[in-house]
Write a protein of this length. Structure first.
Length: 591
């Protein structure tokens, strides 16, 4: 009798991902679709949407993308697990059930609730709860506050017969872990299995990022237009194989998977999740064939006794103005145009007795202004002036916006257009993160169809103990002649974000490079390379199984997420920027 294999397709990597993924994966023999929609930035956007419509607050793509496939899902018995509930999971459930009713389908749609902490905020505020990084008290008026729930209620919903499970703010990786707990009967105390299932979810959660998307060596990845979405073939022992549908583009290699393993995490040996403290530091990747990578070596320890809470609040208003400027001295013209627009607005504010802007940010895209002293494109002849302003009063931003059209008449020759037209003031939604003891949270509730909600007991005690950190081996003395090369010659990288933190994972192209690059790539060196955009401090962690270093830099994203005024508010380009560093390596490497 053949071994049981559970095949999970990663059908969505984020809100805004392609609707083609579901149809593509349904051509394969998958039993489940995992659809991830939430990020810290997404929660902010959903909070803004719910301000306008109380029935909003979830990504409408989820319902729209599933609609044409619901009959096939029902016929084939393929189940769906998604965190598409956002900040309004009950409304998401109602919307999907309405579509099922229109199509005459009796799919059992479940919703997992219990992540909403809004009713507890007054109590927590009075207790003096503070923000995780800044130490700020809880603002007087919060839009959302959601704890990252785990996999146990998802498994319970599937155990009770749900065909589609919708959660609110659960950990992304918990979507796959819940499926595997249900299928294999894994228990919460089996920490290695909890960690392995979490890695399945972590690899799948960003969709095609595991199959060649945003890969360092992008020229190796064929057919971007038809990129394949990931499939995890999972065994009961926690090992799994990552692959993709036949006849699709993209690439599944040990390097594409490695880049996803450390994406958006801190210490690879202690990745804190609701169900487990996962240790990815010794993960082993093996190329089993074309577009097939085996994953093993995951370890787990008990989780902490707290949930992470992602909350949002409104803090004024923002407008973004963009002008295209072409020709001689385009960068300096763009900078002076921004200065003139700000000066004119402030002149108007003074006349109307309005306060000054609360925040201002100028970028000349194409002129490398974000590189600071490292900029090499001051002579660019085709740039985009991006001017971001914030104010407590939207009327002030309206006055600012009304002056933008005059830039093409009053300022620089070569000003060719106002991109996107006159901007409108929109609310600034900021992230506020804190932690709460699991014992203080009500048990999650699962509701299937029109049935009675039932509570799900989840483990409350943590038991996490920090692992001993072995001293890093010193780099051997080298008598070799050294050559200076860009880091990309000897490493590849991927970067991500958590609030105002940026993580930059750097992978040695060969294991024998690790010892030398350990001495070269210090936390101080990497932080200095990002001095124009990051204040630090910076920490370096290691993942020996992946021949990788993971750098976590604080105060790196201008506040991060929707709070940041930068165009790269999630540090998506930081991996590429790290690979520009010039490093001395032995000439014997032949690079």
């Amino acid at each position: 009798m053949s071994e049981k294999i559970i095949r999970i397709g990663g059908a969505s990597g984020a809100w805004g991902d392609s609707p083609r993924a579901t149809a593509q994966l349904l051509r394969e023999n998958v039993q489940y679709l995992m659809m991830d929609y939430l990020a810290e930035v997404t929660m902010s956007l959903l909070a803004r949407a719910r301000l306008k419509d109380p029935e909003a607050g979830f990504p409408p793509d989820f319902v729209g993308y599933l609609k044409p496939h619901l009959k096939e899902l029902a016929q084939r018995g393929i189940k769906v697990v998604s965190n598409a509930g956002g900040v309004n999971p009950a409304a998401c459930k109602r919307a999907l059930e309405a579509i099922c009713a229109e199509q005459g389908l009796s799919l059992r749609v479940a919703v997992v609730e219990g992540d909403d902490l809004i009713p507890m905020l007054d109590e927590l505020r009075n207790e003096g709860v503070r923000e995780w990084v800044s130490g700020a008290p809880i603002p007087a008026k919060m839009l959302t506050a959601n704890a990252y729930l785990g996999a146990v209620p998802i498994a319970a919903a599937l155990d009770a017969g749900a065909d589609i499970v919708i959660t609110g703010r659960s950990a992304d990786s918990a979507l796959a872990l819940g499926i595997l707990m249900h299928e294999y009967g894994w228990q919460a105390a089996q920490h290695d299995l909890m960690a392995a299932g979490s890695l399945v979810g972590h690899v799948l959660e960003c969709g095609p990022q595991a199959t060649g998307g945003v890969f360092t060596d992008w020229e190796e990845v064929p057919d971007w237009h038809n990129i394949g979405y990931p499939i995890a073939e999972c065994k009961s022992d926690g090992t799994f194989v990552v692959t993709k549908p036949a006849d699709t583009g993209g690439l599944v290699s040990t390097r594409t998977i490695a880049e996803q393993v450390l994406y958006e995490i801190g210490d690879p040996a202690a990745y804190f999740l609701p169900d487990v403290t996962a240790d990815f530091s010794a993960v082993h990747l093996e190329q089993l064939g074309p577009n097939r990578v085996g994953v093993s070596g995951v370890r787990g320890r008990p989780p902490t006794s707290q949930y992470k809470v992602s909350a949002t609040y409104q803090d004024g208003f923002r407008a973004v103005a963009m002008l295209t400027i072409v020709g001689i001295d385009a960068v300096r013209k763009a900078e002076r145009s921004a200065e003139a627009l700000l000066a004119r607005a402030r002149m108007i504010f003074a006349e109307r007795k309005l306060d000054d802007f609360t925040a201002v940010h100028v970028e000349v895209i194409g002129g490398e202004t974000s590189y600071g002293d490292q900029a090499r494109a001051r002579g660019a002849r085709d740039v985009l002036m991006r001017l971001v302003v914030e104010h407590k009063d939207p009327k002030a931003l309206d006055a600012f916006a009304r002056e933008l059209g005059s830039a093409g008449l009053s300022f620089a020759q070569g000003t060719t257009g106002l991109v996107g037209g006159r901007p409108k003031a929109g609310p600034v939604i900021r992230l506020y993160t804190f932690f709460i003891d699991k014992k203080r949270m009500p048990a999650p509730l699962v509701t299937i169809g029109a049935g009675t909600p039932f509570s799900v007991a989840v483990p409350l005690d943590g038991g996490y103990v920090a692992p001993a950190q072995p001293p890093a081996a010193a780099a051997p003395a080298s008598a070799s002649t050294m050559v200076t090369v860009p880091l990309i010659k000897v490493a590849h990288a991927r970067s991500g974000d958590k609030g105002d933190l940026s993580n930059i994972a750097i992978y040695c192209r060969k294991p024998e490079y690790v010892a030398h690059l350990r001495s070269v790539l210090t936390a101080e060196r990497v932080l200095a390379h990002f001095a124009a955009v990051a204040a630090g401090p910076a920490l370096r962690y290691e993942a020996p199984g992946l021949a990788a270093f993971n750098f976590v830099i604080d105060q790196a994203l201008g506040g991060g997420g929707m709070a940041s005024l930068r165009s790269d508010f999630q540090g998506k380009a930081y991996g590429q920027r790290a690979l520009e560093m010039m490093v001395d390596v032995p000439a014997s490497w032949g690079v």
